[in-house]
Ligand binder design. Structure first.
Ligand code: UGA
Length: 439
């Protein structure tokens, strides 16, 4: 099929390359000429394992092209995926829908033939119905310009795999246009033939599946981090607690790793927007608990700063701190709402001399926080440090020899903000180790 993918960020670039991999002819659309120029030469503006190869492969095969022209997009295909961002509003907790709205406002006037616009962004419930009406109003094709909602569940770091082999597909369809379902089934013929389950539903349910999934994941992480707080008050061990809980198949062990908490471009802003939307709808009390989920999450960052003060003495001023990790999670260079970078910046504000290392996110981190020092290696960051703080669990940090690191620091003191390092081995090498939620 011929498809366009509008918006070439994490979601759109991945979706475009994966649709080409599934055999479709794809035109990626973005309003940023620099981004389009880079993509045309097979270069990605961010790090995502396996994606640069896939983009380069299909740029070369001719199945993946890029443009800044909506007019060209409308002429090229009759199925258009909208993959633009929905960041948090600058003036509150709700979602900023300007980009989602702009796609419909810009594309619709060019839709002269019957067409399907498929929303993939995470949006407040009720957005699809509103966009559907606006599309029919603006398109020369009128009501033959249709909308469907097909939320995306990919994880950064696994984006290609999650898009090619999703654990489920959700199609939000307007009951008045059931034929849009067959178009979507055609787009996803390969994963459907491989047995990927599909839930066909209405617009509001499809929109809610996405926000509910992220709210559940955030709640699961904050649940175990709340347990970590209780463990800290009783000298219990949250990692053993979590392991014991994980054997109950009703609970499961995934997303039960206690640490400095969740960040990124999705979970934090999605739970805030979900709560704000529920309040608008008069269902505020149903999601009031998400405020607590957010608060527990942010308290973990306070805890790391408090531990640093405890270890370095009340006065952090002049204390040399190495921070390992800047990305919000490993296998990503994304620093949006990164707990690691936030803690690094807070330590700096308290007067510490902070040297940050990250295998992929240094350039992004430097742009956001030029006041921090950056090191190109984990050992270099740790040179003469009074304290090492481990905040993003890259495999490279687990592979370090605690004895070798002890030789370069001033004092062997470590906070493991991800409970990912082997505390026994680090202690045996002479380190004072303070994990989160563990004695
Ligand atoms: C998240 C969801 O997992 C995806 O399903 C969803 O599609 C995506 O948001 C989105 O809405 O686009 P992502 O933001 O890539 O994906 O990252 P996650 O793997 O969910 O991790 C989020 C944060 O939680 C990270 O900071 C991670 O370090 C933290 N986390 C995760 C924990 O602190 N503990 C855990 O046990 C798991």
């Amino acid at each position: 099929m011929r498809l366009t993918v509008i918006g070439t960020g994490y979601l759109g670039a991945t979706h475009a390359a994966c649709m080409a991999e599934l055999g479709h002819e794809v035109l990626g659309v973005d309003v940023e000429p620099d981004r389009i120029a880079a993509l045309r030469s097979g270069r990605l503006p961010f790090y995502e394992p396996g994606l640069d190869e896939l983009v380069a492969k299909h740029v070369a095969s001719g199945r993946l092209r890029f443009t800044t022209s909506y007019e060209e997009a409308a002429a090229f295909a009759d199925v258009h995926f909208s993959c633009v961002g929905t960041p948090q509003r600058a003036d509150g907790d709700g979602a900023d829908l300007r980009y989602v709205d702009a796609v419909v406002e810009t594309l619709a006037p060019f839709l002269e033939r019957p067409a399907l616009v498929v929303g993939k962004s995470t949006v407040p419930v009720g957005t699809a119905a509103r966009l559907s009406a606006r599309l029919a109003e603006l398109a020369p094709a009128g009501a033959a310009a249709r909308l469907a909602w097909n939320p995306e569940f990919l994880r950064e770091g696994y984006a290609v795999e999650d898009t090619l082999r999703p654990d489920r597909l959700v199609f939000g369809i307007d009951p008045a246009t059931p034929e849009t379902e067959s178009l979507l089934r055609e787009v996803y013929a390969t994963p459907l033939a491989e047995g990927v389950p599909v839930v066909v539903t209405d617009f509001p349910t499809a929109e809610l599946v996405k926000t509910a999934a992220n709210a559940f994941l955030a709640t699961k992480i904050s649940f175990i981090n709340a347990m970590a707080e209780v463990c800290e008050a009783t000298d219990a061990d949250v990692t053993e607690l979590s392991r014991a809980l994980s054997f109950d198949t009703r609970i499961g062990g995934r997303f039960l790793n206690a640490g400095v908490g969740f960040g990124g471009g999705c979970l934090p802003k999605d739970i805030r927007a979900f709560r704000a939307r529920a309040e608008e709808l008069g269902a505020g009390p149903a999601l009031a608990f998400l405020g607590e989920v957010d608060a527990i999450n942010l308290r973990r960052r306070d805890r790391v700063v408090a531990l640093a003060e405890e270890l370095c003495g009340d006065e952090l001023s002049g204390c040399r701190v190495a921070v390992w990790g800047a990305a919000f999670k490993p296998e990503s260079d994304d620093i949006r709402d990164s707990p690691a970078l936030d803690v690094a910046a807070r330590l700096r504000r308290r007067g510490a001399l902070v040297s940050v290392h990250d295998p992929k996110a240094l350039d992004n981190a430097r742009k956001r926080h030029p006041e921090l020092d950056y090191a190109t290696g984990a050992l270099e960051a740790a040179q003469d440090a009074d304290l090492v703080v481990h905040l993003t669990e890259w495999a490279e940090y687990r592979a370090l020899d605690p004895k070798a690191v002890a030789e370069v620091v001033a004092t062997p003191r470590l906070i493991d903000g991800r409970n990912a390092l082997d505390t026994t081995a680090w202690r045996a090498a002479g380190w004072t180790v303070r994990p989160l939620g563990r004695p």
